[in-house]
Ligand binder design. Structure first.
Ligand code: G3P
Ligand code: MG
Length: 251
């Protein structure tokens, strides 16, 4: 059941299709959809020319071959790069997508988005502002009904910029370890939720976050037994890499 503090889906496909498709590509989004997911998390970073693109690592090398940082290349250069071959030959030629392409795919297919704003080093404010500004514009100018995203970020500064530019798009503060001043930070960001590493969450902390009236989201939950435990602690939602083991209607 959806709680008042979490009016969003409960089970979210991490990076599109978890570890079952090349992360953060349109093929991954398609894969998640084929597995019944209408909720996705993905990572957004800025190109050299300040176009948001969907990719996890700030450096080339792991999922996209090449050298240097994402911020060293233009969007035209990045979107020509192969982000599928590293995963399997079946996905060779799958390109690194722009945020716009993934946003449109999600809107067309009624997929809710947790957009993780992932600034390359030194571009926290610029990334938060650009992602928020574009998202706001696309939502305002769409000719069809839209599903607003939920922004999250490990970068407090990026979320502050997103709040300034698009205050009506909801924000979740993302942390690995929950800091002692979590409530103060959520308040400062006008955030609706705390997003945290499931490994570092305790039942007591989960209880405190829910008592304070915030949504509580965990990453990345791949074991069904652990997933049930977290849900029993009051966790509202989580993302998973194992969307074959944990389906969209998991309970
Ligand atoms: O947004 C949750 C999760 O994706 C955060 O970690 O490194 O997988 O982007 P990471
Ligand atoms: Mg992420």
């Amino acid at each position: 059941m959806k709680s008042k503090s979490w009016p969003y889906p409960r089970i979210v496909a991490h990076r599109g299709g978890g570890t079952l498709a090349p992360e953060n590509t349109l093929a991954a989004m398609q894969y998640g959809l084929q597995h019944g997911f209408h909720a996705v998390e993905f990572d957004v970073m800025l190109s050299r020319d300040h176009v948001p693109v969907v990719v996890h690592d700030p450096e080339l090398g792991r999922t996209v071959s090449g050298a240097g940082g994402i911020a060293d290349y233009s969007a035209a250069e990045l979107t020509a790069m192969d982000a599928g071959s590293w995963f399997s030959a079946q996905y060779a030629g799958e390109h690194l997508p722009t945020y716009r392409a993934v946003f449109d795919f999600c809107q067309e297919n009624h997929i809710w988005m947790n957009v993780e704003i992932k600034p390359a080093p030194g571009s926290d404010e610029a990334t938060g502002a650009a992602v928020a500004e574009l998202s706001r514009t696309w939502l305002e100018t769409a000719s069809h009904a839209t599903l607003p995203p939920l922004f999250s970020s490990f970068s407090f500064e990026a979320l502050l910029a997103a709040q300034r530019v698009a205050p009506s798009i909801a924000r979740g503060f993302l942390v690995d370890v929950v800091p002692s001043d979590w409530e103060e930070r959520l308040r400062a960001l006008g955030a609706v939720a705390l997003h945290t590493n499931q490994k570092n969450l305790t039942r007591q902390l989960a209880h405190a976050v829910k008592q304070a009236g915030y949504g509580l989201f965990c990453y990345t939950v791949n074991d069904p037994t652990r997933a049930r435990e977290l849900l029993s602690w009051g966790v509202d939602a989580f993302c998973s890499d194992r969307i074959d083991l944990i389906g969209p209607d998991f309970s």
